[in-house]
Write a protein that binds this ligand. Structure first.
Ligand code: ZN
Length: 157
């Protein structure tokens, strides 16, 4: 093949959309409805071991028993671990890239035995600490999703 016949092939994927829906389930729907309508957190307690799951689920895995006792959980808690994200990526929940930097933490709400992942309103790693107290700040307009929680604010700086 002569040099003149070589060509660079470019392939474009175009716009690929794949809309889909899924059920949040009975307890997941209750959890999201409480966030949307009342800015409250709800968990579910295992009758055998007493563990409180947030968000609520149907079964306690270790005990293998059905869960039915919904319990209120605080909108405050503590940071278990955290990071400051400085490399932007497309959020699969929104399809958009969240502006960097932003704080992201594993949070244990008071009254819960499980953790939530969410944003923190601090981007200076020197100001975020494991064990720091935080409180949920909600969006003005809520739609029944985890993003109804705008972020968790540090209560001590
Ligand atoms: Zn249990």
């Amino acid at each position: 093949m002569s040099e003149e016949k070589k060509q660079l092939i470019t392939i474009e994927s175009g716009e690929a959309e794949q809309p889909f829906r899924w059920s949040a389930g009975t307890y997941g729907s209750r959890f999201l409805t409480e966030l949307r309508d009342h800015k409250r957190f709800v968990g579910i307690r295992c009758p055998k071991c007493g563990k409180v799951y947030v968000p609520p689920r149907r079964v306690c895995g270790p005990c293998f028993v059905e869960l039915t006792e919904l319990v209120p959980v605080s909108d405050q808690g503590e940071i278990i671990t955290y990071t400051v994200v400085s490399f932007g990526f497309v959020d699969p929940a929104t399809g958009k890239q969240k502006p960097v930097p932003y704080g992201y933490a594993v949070i244990k709400l008071d009254g819960a035995d499980t953790y939530l992942l969410h944003y923190v309103d601090e981007t200076d790693p020197a100001k975020i600490k494991v064990g720091a107290r935080v409180r949920a700040v909600f969006e003005e307009e809520r739609h029944g999703s985890m993003l109804d929680i705008k972020y968790f604010e540090l209560l001590e700086r």
